[in-house]
Design a protein around this ligand. Structure first.
Ligand SMILES: NC(=O)c1ccc[n+]([C@@H]2O[C@H](COP(=O)([O-])OP(=O)(O)OC[C@H]3O[C@@H](n4cnc5c(N)ncnc54)[C@H](OP(=O)(O)O)[C@@H]3O)[C@@H](O)[C@H]2O)c1
Length: 454
């Protein structure tokens, strides 16, 4: 121990200066991280607040959906679920609607219901998008002369049960491509000239939370939904100069007939809203944000999934900086550079300056311990994620073996299991409660912890 009066004032000043520089750098990184987080995750919230306040400050701007986009909307896949509710929500706001689905009886019933309830004009078109190119001439003919202002590309198909690509019937794969990819693309292409003519309009593309990550055993569905997102982002830029809004909506689980295979999903709840509440909220974001999950609890789930994925990807990068792609989803753009897994626990003794004051030595020790503590917590989280991955892979093998034993008859029960494997389990089974205090611990908080020690 060196008494205080033996430490030269010069040494103390030098150290104080170095620590100030260091803490400034850490603050800067923390601020940057927080700013990036807000920009990526709350961009739409900021825009929504802006558009709510806009009428008070700029009342001359168009306010209603009719004023903003026009009098008519076309909704694909609109006799059930999300599509039906979109049609009703838009009609509620005074917009005439054109419904497109396969079943004539259902189309008649829904259009009558809408006309009676909301006193708007309606039209229905029978079309089966799984048929591919042949349906579009008919749709185009039916839509000619209608000043369409909003197109909701909602129609979508999911697997009957999840399976390896080679086991999926070729017809099903063509259906998925025709319905999930081609319909969005060709319907947009068909109506863009009309929207351009009117110098305003909106295209709403319904993607899915499945696009957030590749999903084994649902490879095609997830990939088609990623297509919808990439496509939306690209045409959003193309059409901006024509005053045409493009919005990509990525819902997670909802109570619709698409999820009938699962009693749990159909029960609904805090994380799985009913389709009416979801759609009311999603339509509210139209014209306010270009990308949204549509519903706040879905936004929360998406954020948690993204944080978990980022965290793991950072570690898998093995300490090398992952080059940030200039385009692509925000998640990919902001991968972080992390130290390799084996070096997450810092060396216990970092060489300290000789002849330092004991009080300083003590603080340095405490800081070193705090940093080591954070690093070991991170290692624990990473190990936990690895063990979850192992469990999921075991669950996969187990399910495959059950399916093999059961021969070809695959019950719908396999579906929730597989989807859980890919998405829900990654929230529930990772014991998010256990991880929660660790993951969102921002750099700022860590800095504050270290500051307190100082
Ligand atoms: N439900 C969810 O949890 C969820 C989550 C994320 C994303 N999504 C996406 O949201 C969209 C709507 O899903 P949803 O749950 O509302 O579906 P849904 O309840 O199953 O309704 C599907 C609608 O599409 C029509 N349709 C189905 N196949 C068609 C085809 N080949 N040609 C024309 N119309 C067809 C159906 O009517 P007909 O049978 O009369 O044709 C029905 O009106 C889909 O793109 C889906 O991928 C859903």
């Amino acid at each position: 121990m060196i008494p205080l009066n033996e430490v030269s004032i010069y040494t103390l000043l030098r150290m104080a200066f170095v620590w100030q520089l260091l803490s400034f750098a850490v603050y800067l990184v923390g601020l940057l991280a927080i700013a990036t987080f807000f920009f990526d995750n709350f961009k739409s919230v900021v825009l929504i607040v802006k558009s709510i306040l806009e009428p008070y400050f700029q009342p001359q701007l168009p306010q209603t959906l009719v004023e903003k986009f026009g009098k008519w909307a076309v909704i694909t896949g609109s006799t059930d679920g999300i599509g039906r509710e979109y049609a009703k929500e838009l009609a509620k706001q005074g917009i005439n609607v054109v419904l497109i689905s396969r079943t004539k009886e259902k189309l008649i019933a829904v259009t009558e219901e809408i006309e009676n309830e909301f006193k708007v004009k309606t039209k229905w078109i029978v079309a089966d998008f799984s048929k591919g190119r042949e349906v579009y001439t008919h749709i185009e003919r039916e839509l000619s002369g209608i000043p369409v202002g909003i197109l909701v590309n909602n129609v979508g198909k999911m697997y009957d049960y999840p399976d390896e690509l080679s086991n999926i019937p070729e017809d099903t794969i063509w259906d998925l491509i025709n319905i999930n990819v081609a319909a969005v693309t060709i319907m947009s292409r068909m109506l863009i000239p009309e929207l351009k003519k009117q110098k305003r309009g909106a295209i709403v593309n319904i993607s899915s939370g499945s696009e957030l990550q590749p999903i084994p055993y649902m490879a095609v569905y997830a990939a088609t939904k990623r297509y919808v997102r990439c496509f939306s982002q690209a045409i959003e830029r193309e059409l901006a100069e024509h005053n045409i809004t493009v919005q990509c909506v990525t819902p997670l689980f909802l109570v619709t007939k698409m999820n009938q295979y699962s009693d749990t999903v159909m029960k609904g709840g805090f994380l799985i809203p009913d389709v009416k509440s979801f759609t009311r909220s999603a339509v509210f974001t139209l014209g306010k944000s270009a990308e949204t999950t549509g519903y706040w609890t879905h936004g929360l789930q998406k954020w948690i999934l993204m944080v978990c994925r980022q965290f793991r990807m950072g570690y898998q990068a093995g300490g090398e900086t992952v080059s940030a792609p200039s385009e692509g989803p925000p998640a990919a753009r902001h991968r972080v550079s992390c130290p390799p897994q084996e070096s997450t626990s810092l060396p216990q003794s970092v060489p300290l300056p000789q002849n330092s004051h004991p009080a300083i030595m003590e603080k340095l020790d405490a800081i070193q311990n705090a940093v080591a503590n954070v690093a070991s917590q991170m290692t624990a989280v990473v190990n936990r994620l690895d063990s979850v991955e192992r469990q999921l892979s075991l669950a996969n093998q187990f399910q495959n073996s059950i399916e093999r034993t059961q021969g070809t008859s695959r019950s719908n029960d396999s579906f929730p299991a597989a989807f859980q494997r890919s998405v829900t389990v990654s929230i529930v089974d990772m014991e998010i409660e256990e991880l929660r205090p660790l993951i969102p611990m921002s750099t700022m908080e860590q800095v504050q912890a270290v500051e307190e020690l100082l």
